[in-house]
Ligand binder design. Structure first.
Ligand code: ZN
Length: 242
């Protein structure tokens, strides 16, 4: 079976459409979405609709949480807060109804999923390095935890001897005696200096994980950001993947 994991779409319809088309070419059996359908980007309603229609498991991110009124965007930085205030006005009743069914965490066989951290799924911790990863492994029982949130692809491996490593990979075999925390990167706002949309597939028969990068028409996404009156910086950062 091949499972695709996508995260952090952030209302970037151009990136999501191209990513879903690329996923279709991989003949995947399931698509799981790890949260942040909305926030920052200009097309929240069509993005929520596409995610709801195409994804099996659908999780809530911190921006979705704020969009549903489950917390105030007070902790957001200025740009995130401005775009959330815009998103709150733009979101349709149909989108909020669909998002109300999204979950904070989910399990599919050997795979645990949450937006930010297994330890506190609704407190939006960042797992950025070995220090922040090591205390997370005791908070899920499955072999692999898939997360998003930082918009940075990351691959943490805990071996049977309890040593933890962080590696940059594009493809790797999963060792059955090791456990993993895998950040699948971001579809709609990558921040690893690579502006291409990012997602992950796992081939469960051969235990292979792969990162995929997909080019999309960033100029179209920027034109939409500008025409909706969202802060210009949101388009500029898409060009440089930051
Ligand atoms: Zn995000």
């Amino acid at each position: 079976m091949i499972i695709a994991f996508i995260s952090d779409v952030h209302a970037n319809l151009e990136a999501l459409q191209v990513t879903l088309a690329d996923i279709e070419k991989q003949h995947v059996d399931r698509i799981h979405f790890l949260g942040d359908a909305v926030g920052y980007g200009p097309e929240p309603n069509p993005c929520v609709e596409l995610i709801a229609a195409n994804c099996d498991i659908k999780l809530l991110g911190n921006h979705d949480f704020a969009a549903l009124g489950l917390e105030t965007p007070d902790s957001f930085n200025e740009i995130a807060r401005v775009s959330m205030e815009w998103t709150l006005k733009e979101l349709s009743a149909r989108s909020t109804t669909a998002m109300a069914d999204f979950e904070l965490e989910a399990i599919d066989g050997d795979f645990y999923m949450t937006h930010a951290s297994p330890r506190t799924p609704d407190l939006w911790e960042y797992i950025l390095d070995i220090d922040s990863a090591c205390s997370q492994f005791e908070h899920f029982e499955q072999q692999v935890a898939f997360v998003g949130h930082s918009h940075l692809p990351a691959f943490f491996c805990k071996r049977a001897d309890d040593t933890i490593s962080q590696r940059y990979i594009t493809e790797s075999e999963l060792d059955p005696d090791s456990r993993y925390i895998i950040n699948v990167g971001s579809v709609g706002q990558p921040r690893d200096h690579d502006p291409r949309a990012c997602y992950v597939t796992v081939d469960t028969k051969n235990n292979i994980i792969r990162y995929h990068r997909v080019e999309y028409d960033i100029s179209k996404a920027i034109a939409s950001i500008d025409s909706h009156g969202l802060p210009q910086i949101l388009g500029e950062r898409l060009l440089v993947g930051r």
